[in-house]
Design a binder for this molecule. Sequence first.
Ligand code: CA
Length: 250
Amino acid sequence: MNSRQIVIVEDETSIREAIAETLRAAGYEPLQAADGVAGLTAARRPGVRLVLLDLMLPKMDGMAVLRQLRQTHSTLPVIILTARGAEDDRVQGLQAGADDYVVKPFSARELMARVEAVLRRSAERPADVTDIRVGKATVDLERREVRRGNEERQTLSETECTILLHLAAYPGRAVSRDELLTRVWGLSGGGIETRTIDMHVARLRAKLAAINQNEDESYIMTVRGKGYMLGPDVSVRAADAPVPQKGAKK
Ligand code: CA
């Protein structure tokens, strides 16, 4: 995708314009929205790459915007802008499907680091894993969904898909939380807590169990003191030769 459009949903004009300026300087095309309703509409425009979402907003609060957005755009990257100390907001936001959060007040540099990291991991695809089967379900990596038969499907978020791919890239060994943080988040752990990854794994696990219509947690096993690994009912096939580079055009 070539679009550089990033939606900013923020009711404080000075903050919104400062973010827009930062994004513009970095070569992005900011779209500004001053309330939740306008923000949801803007976020749903075709070609939007990422959404920066404040939580306290007029007309519709940020959490409601996120939930509604996720019903139609399950993988569009969303970064929440939260007030310092509002830890519940961060947890709730991540549970509602946000990809990351930035705590106000943030520097332009910090914001851009988060934006680039989220965009990078949404673009990265380990090319060697071609096929993942989880119990009776098949993972469609292109469409980021897990399917069972013709009817049943669960959509995976960008982050969940990346975690699954990373675990699949190392079948038969436990992958530590630190490694997942580094590989999946593209950060050296700074600012992101390990329970963030636990939350995403829990959601992924729940989806894999749901599609198989059981409560089996062993599709992704917790290895105490080590991290996570795929269970025996997950099979992974990798390509013999590297898959041709896709989406390399800029
Ligand atoms: Ca606000």
